[in-house]
Design a protein around this ligand. Structure first.
Ligand SMILES: *Cc1c(COP(=O)(O)O)cnc(C)c1O
Length: 364
C-alpha cells in the first residue's frame, strides 16, 4: 500500500504464474511449456534478423505485424484483416477483456478455469459471474444459456479448459454462439493443437458463420516458444478492429523484430509443428495410462498436461514429495481441485522419471 498508488492498484489481486526455478537439473512439469526446442527455422530467422552486427535492432519493428498476420492468415485460410497479433496471448487476452468483454450484463466463465480471467476483470472493472463445471469437470453449454441472453454480456473459456484439460466439442461452441448472437464468445485455444491427432478441433472453423466468435492462440505451448512471447486472435474484422484500437492506444510496437520473424518461421514450419505436437499427444496418452496404473483418477486430457488425483494421497503432499526428488508439478489450492495435480507432459524420459518417483512415493 502506498499513497502514491492509483486507486485501482490498491484493489488488484495480480495473477501468480507458476515458478521458473533456476536449477538446471529439475524436471520441470509445472507450467505447460513444450519439452522440445522450437523449429530450427525459428533460430535461423532470428539469426538472420540479427545479422552480423545487430544493425536492424536500431530500427523500430513493424507496428502492424503485417508479415506475421499474413503467415497466420495463410495457415488458417482467413483474410489478413481477420487476424490480430500481440506480445503473448496473455496480452491479446488483456486487450480482448478491455475491448470486447465489458458490458452491462456480466461476463461468464467457468468456476474452474484460467485464473488470469478474474484478474483482468479486476484490472478493467468488468463484472463477472462464474458458472460451475459439471461433476465430471466439463463445461455444460446449457448452464451458460440458462440466465437468458439479456443476462449474458459475454463468455470466455479455454478450450481445452485449463487446468482440467477437457475439450468442449465444436458443435457445442457453435450452439452457444448461435444462442447468444449479441454476445462476444471468446475461445482461448492455448492448448487446442494437442486436441486431436488427425485434425485440430479449432473454433477458427466457426468464425465465418459466427461473427461473435473470437479465437485466441499462443505460440508458447504447441510451438515451443513460451520465451518469445507471441500470441494471436482470429475473428471477423469488427472484433479484430476493436483489439487493434486498444493496442494502438497502448503500445505501437508490442512485438519486437526477433519475435516477429521467429513467430513467422514457427507458423510456416507446419511439418515440425505436426511432428512435435503428435509426439506430445502420444506421450500424454502413455502418461495418463501410467498414472491410472498407479491408482490415479486422470481426467481425459486434450492438452499438453494431465489433471489427476489419487484417492489415497493428499495432492499437496505428493507435490512436496516430488519436489524433494527434483520434479515440479503444479498444485492449485482452489476449491474443488485442491486434491488434483496438474502435470505437464514432458519428454518420454521425463514422464518416466515422474512415474518412477510417484511409484516410489506411493510405496512409502
Ligand atoms: C498459457 C496460457 C495462456 C498464455 O499464453 P502466453 O501466450 O504464454 O501468454 C493463455 N491461456 C491459457 C489458458 C493458458 O494456459
Amino acid at each position: 500500500m502506498s499513497r502514491f498508488w492509483s486507486p485501482v492498484v490498491h484493489s488488484l489481486t495480480p495473477y501468480v504464474p507458476g515458478e521458473q526455478p533456476k536449477l538446471d537439473k529439475l524436471v520441470k512439469l509445472n507450467t505447460n511449456e513444450n519439452p522440445y526446442p522450437p523449429s530450427p527455422r525459428v533460430l535461423a530467422a532470428i539469426q538472420h534478423e540479427l545479422g552480423a552486427d545487430g544493425d536492424r535492432l536500431k530500427l523500430y519493428s513493424d507496428p502492424t505485424g503485417h508479415a506475421l498476420k499474413a503467415a497466420v492468415a495463410t495457415r488458417f485460410g482467413v483474410p489478413e484483416n481477420w487476424v490480430f497479433v500481440g506480445n503473448s496471448s496473455d496480452e491479446v487476452l488483456a486487450h480482448t477483456f478491455q475491448a470486447l468483454l465489458k458490458h452491462d450484463a456480466p461476463l461468464l466463465f467457468p468456476d474452474i478455469t484460467y485464473s488470469f480471467y478474474p484478474v483482468y476483470c479486476g484490472l478493467y472493472g468488468i463484472e463477472f459471474k462464474t458458472i460451475p463445471l459439471d461433476e465430471n469437470f466439463a463445461i455444460r453449454v446449457d448452464d451458460y444459456l440458462a440466465p437468458g441472453a439479456a443476462q449474458v454480456g459475454a463468455v470466455i473459456f479455454p478450450n481445452p479448459n485449463a487446468p482440467t484439460g477437457r475439450l468442449l466439442p465444436l458443435a457445442e461452441i457453435a450452439r452457444l454462439a448461435a444462442a447468444l448472437p449479441d454476445s462476444p464468445i471468446v475461445v482461448d485455444e492455448a492448448y487446442v493443437d494437442f486436441g486431436g491427432v488427425d485434425s485440430i478441433p479449432s473454433a477458427v472453423a466457426l468464425v465465418r458463420e459466427h461473427p461473435n466468435v473470437l479465437v485466441t492462440q499462443t505460440l508458447s505451448k504447441s510451438r515451443s516458444l513460451a520465451g518469445l512471447r507471441v500470441g494471436f486472435a482470429i475473428g471477423q474484422p469488427e472484433l479484430i478492429e476493436a483489439l487493434t484500437r486498444v493496442k494502438d492506444s497502448f503500445n505501437s510496437y508490442p512485438l519486437d523484430r526477433l519475435a516477429l520473424v521467429g513467430a513467422c518461421a514457427a507458423i510456416e514450419d507446419e511439418a515440425y509443428f505436426d511432428q512435435t505436437r503428435k509426439q506430445v499427444i502420444a506421450s500424454r496418452e502413455q502418461l495418463s495410462q501410467d498414472l491410472a496404473g498407479l491408482g490415479f483418477e486422470v481426467l481425459p486430457s486434450a492438452a499438453n498436461f494431465v489433471f489427476a488425483r489419487h484417492p489415497g494421497r493428499d495432492a499437496a503432499q505428493l507435490a512436496a514429495a516430488l519436489r524433494e526428488r527434483s520434479i515440479i508439478v503444479r498444485h492449485f489450492k482452489a476449491a474443488r481441485i485442491d486434491q488434483f495435480l496438474r502435470i505437464t507432459v514432458g519428454t518420454d524420459a521425463q514422464c518416466a522419471q515422474l512415474v518412477g518417483a510417484l511409484r516410489e512415493i506411493l510405496a512409502t
